[in-house]
Design a protein around this ligand. Structure first.
Ligand SMILES: [Zn+2]
Ligand SMILES: [Zn+2]
Length: 424
């Protein structure tokens, strides 16, 4: 058995808002630089993308798919949208099974329109689950807690959402706005494996693999993935890795237009209208889960692996150099120096020793170590605005900033603080 890094959610170039560079060869090449061993093919039900995948993958005798240059392994799968606009993920044993599933969905919705990398189906969650399971696939909700298209935005439980089919789901995908600690406060979720995935729309290493799973497998193929998700007591999933949920753009309850944050009580009192700009307030993942939670945080099923918070290397470099964007020349140059000096980005972030990192850049090396030490505060996201990490250089600075940015870290906007003062 070997440990593999798998990113099992992203989109191909035919889906809406996706980079034209999102092709199998580029995905495979970039996965190597990132340190990922297995990617999902994504969008396998789309006619043109299916042809692209078929031309660019080769199947080995043990059922493992690789790109033609053998840089990365692929699992056949994708995302679908149901009649309530909720998103679900599926994984399939073979290209042939994808063809079979496509036939089951023909006439049931939009499969090949311009934005249909993710098919829009006129079927319920339960009806889709039935068809995927019939095709021998694995099925579960995508980014389950997000307010627009996550299952928990519409339903209080998986049983409500999938009916009897909830017993046949193999996983819950957490999405960027949730982690294991948050998701396990709902006790029903203790019956399922968790997946953490990037949902990348471009192939660059600050997108692919920003969330991934470490799984022990004999071969990086569907059969072993199925085993890892269903035979949970074998503990084949050894780690979920991803952003701190506070970085997710729907973590706090906040205004859609000006991103002012609100407590649930304030939002209800204001009838979900922003007092700053009259925009609409959107309920955040933090508050949605608070409503659904029925266990204390920190209680997990025995098989649950640790969830490790991570950050793309380019973002750590950007913070160190104090420049505007991660696509600036300076950041990209340093990122290249690190990723060419070491095996890959995940190695730089999680394994390389301080002395080794110092050889490339001691200042950035210190920030990487500070991040690993957990000297990070987050100004949480909300209303569609991503959260922002503040990486401190020492424990002392971490404690100082905790006081300095108290309100921001707790997700309280200035205007709320002022309103509170007025109320007293
Ligand atoms: Zn989605
Ligand atoms: Zn507003």
């Amino acid at each position: 058995m070997k440990e593999f890094n798998l990113d099992l959610q992203m989109h191909g170039l035919y889906a809406g808002g996706v980079s034209k560079e999102m092709t199998i060869p580029v995905m495979a090449e970039q996965s190597k630089i990132k340190g990922l061993d297995v990617l999902v093919t994504a969008d396998i039900l789309h006619k043109n993308w299916f042809q692209h995948v078929k031309q660019n993958l080769v199947e080995e005798s043990n059922g493992t798919y690789k790109d033609t240059l053998g840089k990365c392994n692929f699992i056949i799968g994708g995302e679908v949208e149901d009649n309530k606009r909720i998103h679900h993920l599926f994984y399939l044993p073979s290209i042939e099974a994808a063809q079979e599933l496509r036939e089951k969905f023909l006439g049931k919705g939009n499969l090949d329109c311009i934005l249909c990398g993710r098919p829009q189906l006129r079927l319920t969650a339960e009806e889709i689950a039935e068809r995927v399971i019939e095709a021998g696939g694995l099925f579960g909700p995508a980014h389950s807690f997000t307010p627009y298209t996550g299952i928990f935005a519409f339903y209080d439980s998986l049983k409500d959402a999938y009916g009897e089919m909830h017993k046949h789901l193999q996983f819950i995908e957490l999405g960027l706005s949730a982690d294991t600690d948050i998701a396990d406060t709902i006790s029903e979720n203790h019956s399922y494996s968790f997946l953490s995935s990037s949902d990348a729309h471009s192939p660059w290493p600050h997108r692919i693999g920003r969330e991934f799973n470490k799984i022990k497998m004999s071969n990086p193929n569907f059969k072993e993935l199925k085993k890892a998700l269903t035979e949970k007591e074998e503990k084949m999933i050894t780690m979920n890795v991803g952003l701190n949920p506070k970085e997710g753009k729907y973590h706090c309850t906040a205004c859609n237009s000006c991103f002012a944050k609100y407590s649930l009580e304030q939002a209800e009192k204001n009838k979900w209208k922003c007092t700053m700009c009259k925009g609409q307030i959107k309920r955040g993942v933090r508050d949605r889960i608070k409503i659904l939670a029925d266990t204390e945080p920190g209680i997990h099923p025995k098989f649950r692996p640790p969830y490790v918070h991570s950050l793309p290397l380019a973002e750590i470099i950007q913070q160190t150099l104090k420049v505007k964007g991660i696509n600036t020349k300076k950041v990209q140059q340093k990122w290249k120096e690190f990723t060419s000096h070491f095996e890959n980005e995940i190695y730089v972030l999680t394994v390389a020793k301080k002395e080794e990192l110092d050889e490339v850049d001691p200042l950035i090396a210190s920030k990487i170590i500070a991040f690993r030490n957990g000297w990070v505060h987050y100004i949480p996201g909300g209303g569609g605005d991503y959260g922002k990490p503040i990486i401190c250089d020492s424990k002392a600075e971490f404690e100082k900033k905790k006081i300095e940015f108290k309100n921001e870290i707790e997700g309280i906007s200035d205007h709320i603080v002022q309103t509170k003062i007025k109320n007293y």
